[in-house]
Design a protein around this ligand. Structure first.
Ligand code: NDP
Ligand SMILES: O=C1O[C@H](COP(=O)(O)O)[C@@H](O)[C@H](O)[C@H]1O
Length: 495
């Protein structure tokens, strides 16, 4: 990645002693630094309660980079020396005055011009308090720009998201708020728009005349690991569907924006969410399947079911798997189901989008093959990145039969390097003030409204949660969801 603009700013990380900072933020900042994508006029201030010194934080940053980034570590010391640490409890108002003084000193030292990013890498219950103290104690009062980066989850449901939003809006304008959805930083998620809007062959077919259904799968092999406490209050619906899967659906379904500006793109995505057919009560039960992983296998080893995981109630009704059918009530998509599914402890770690085109009105080859293979466009989000187009060709030989042909394009080998980490792009976008790949409040609001109706129906439904064996692709109920419409899930493991 080569960026022409070299933004300068102080990045204040609330939660710098935590897991996210260590695994994602420090390595991403280092990559940007190494590429020259951020100017040398930057400083990072880490905050946590631990009584660390600047030196302790710098050592942590160094270790995190050495373990996360293989290869070139040139300029690592230079990079680490621009990190500073301030221990305080974020609920203590007085500490913000010291923070303000510290930032002013660093601003002067590195000639940053008052630009500040406040990154909330902490539990969400602190977001509102931090934002309010940043404002009341004058930390946001600078000559330059100030931006707030908010990690997920953005609320637990619509009312809590509204409350959080109104708290942070007292201190920051909407255009200063960057709500992270790390899927929006993934290479191939960003490529959805390009595939659609830069190819004359796809856009004319991108509608209910030609598309039979769209399937979005994001499966994981890992279980909840040590996040049982968080996951018990979340479940797959809130953890993955409300944000990542809904975002992918909006990108697939949106109309072409007037231009590629943040406002125009967001406006089209919001229209998709507004067009979602609302579902309640029995309709939820018919359109959405939830399930929990049971005992099974993971990479050949026997693993326990969800109910035996750490910090999980043995009676838990929390879903670790969701499959659902969304309908979008507009001219383009009337009658086209968007099927989504996500789960933990599934057969593969994979995120893929399959666009299944309608069959031709008449099969000229009916005397040789009853049905030609379906034409599929597959967008490979991860772990492999690329796309493939499943067509039909003539079977080699004299029979004249048709046979499937797979046109495959893979990003993976192109530059011989991995594509940038999602966090790397998103941090850079925030520094240059590009909010396109962050969620606007209206998107969050509309997706919570849709999700809340599902959780309400599930809360009232007394039926026992179906189980699926760890290492499988989910429960049979998810297959039945598509069979009822005459479709099937396309296998994602071997596409
Ligand atoms: N980890 C990940 O991969 C992902 C995390 N997220 C989100 O990012 C956020 C952070 O997650 P994660 O890093 O895993 O969490 P951790 O529990 O690892 O870290 C929490 C951080 O908050 C700090 N902290 C807690 N209470 C206070 C306080 N009162 N005052 C000051 N600092 C405090 C801790 O510092 P100390 O202990 O020193 O006080 C620590 O640095 C969460 O919102 C999570 O949902 C989102 C996606 C992925
Ligand atoms: O946001 C989350 O995403 C991860 C999956 O992310 P991916 O980039 O590895 O696909 C998921 O494991 C986690 O539960 C969820 O909070």
């Amino acid at each position: 990645m080569q960026n022409s603009e070299q933004p300068k700013s102080i990045i204040v990380i609330f939660g710098a002693t935590g897991d996210l900072a260590k695994r994602k933020l420090f390595p991403s900042l280092f990559r940007l630094f190494q590429q020259g994508s951020i100017s040398e006029q930057f400083a990072v201030v880490g905050i946590g309660r631990r009584e660390w010194s600047d030196e302790t934080l710098r050592n942590q940053v160094r270790e995190s980079i050495q373990s996360e980034i293989k290869g070139d570590h040139t300029n690592l010391d230079e990079f680490c020396n621009q990190f500073y640490y301030k221990p305080f409890n974020v609920t203590s108002q007085e500490s913000y005055t010291d923070l303000k003084d510290m930032l002013e000193t660093l601003d002067e030292r590195y000639q940053i011009g008052g630009n500040r990013i406040f990154y909330m890498a902490m539990a969400p219950e602190f977001f509102g308090t931090i934002a309010q103290y940043l404002k009341s104690e004058g930390v946001t009062d600078t000559e330059g720009w100030t931006r707030l980066v908010i990690e997920k989850p953005f609320g637990h449901d619509l009312p809590s998201a509204e409350k959080l939003n109104s708290e942070i809006r007292e201190a920051f304008h909407e255009d200063e708020i960057y709500r992270i959805d790390h899927y929006l930083g993934k290479e191939m998620v960003q490529n959805i728009q390009v595939i659609r809007f830069a190819n004359a062959v796809f856009e004319p077919l991108w509608n209910n005349q030609h598309i039979a259904n769209i399937q979005v799968t994001s499966s994981e092999q890992l279980g909840v690991e040590d996040r049982g406490g968080y996951y018990e209050n979340s479940g797959a619906l809130r953890d993955m569907v409300q944000n990542h899967l809904m975002q992918m659906v909006t990108l697939l379904a949106m109309e072409p924006p007037l231009r590629l500006s943040t406002e125009e793109i967001r406006s089209e995505k919001i229209k998709v969410l507004r067009a979602l057919r609302p579902i309640r009560n029995q309709k939820v039960i018919e359109s959405f399947v939830r399930a929990q992983y049971g005992q099974g296998t993971y990479k050949g080893d026997c693993v326990q079911g969800y109910l035996k995981e750490k910090n999980v109630s043995p009676e838990s009704q929390t879903e670790t798997y969701v499959a659902g059918k969304l309908l979008i009530d507009n001219y383009r998509w009337a009658g086209v189901p968007f099927y989504i599914r996500t789960g933990k402890r599934m057969a593969a770690k994979s995120t893929k989008i399959v666009i299944e085109f309608k069959p031709q009105p008449h099969n000229l080859y009916h005397d040789k093959v009853e049905n030609n293979g379906a034409n599929l466009l597959v967008i490979h989000i991860q772990p492999d990145e690329g796309m493939s187009l499943m067509l039909n060709g003539k079977k080699i030989g004299t029979t004249g039969d048709t046979s499937p042909v797979n046109l495959n394009y893979s990003n993976n080998g192109i530059d011989g390097i991995n594509t940038p980490e999602a966090y790397e792009r998103l941090l850079y976008d925030c520094m240059i003030g590009d909010a396109t790949n962050f969620a606007h409040w209206d998107e969050v609001n509309l997706s919570w409204a849709y999700i809340d109706a599902i959780s309400e129906a599930w809360d009232e439904d007394q039926t026992k949660l179906p189980s699926y064996p760890s290492g499988s692709m989910g429960p049979k109920e998810a297959d039945e969801l598509l069979q009822a419409d005459g479709f099937k899930w396309w296998p994602i493991e071997d596409m």
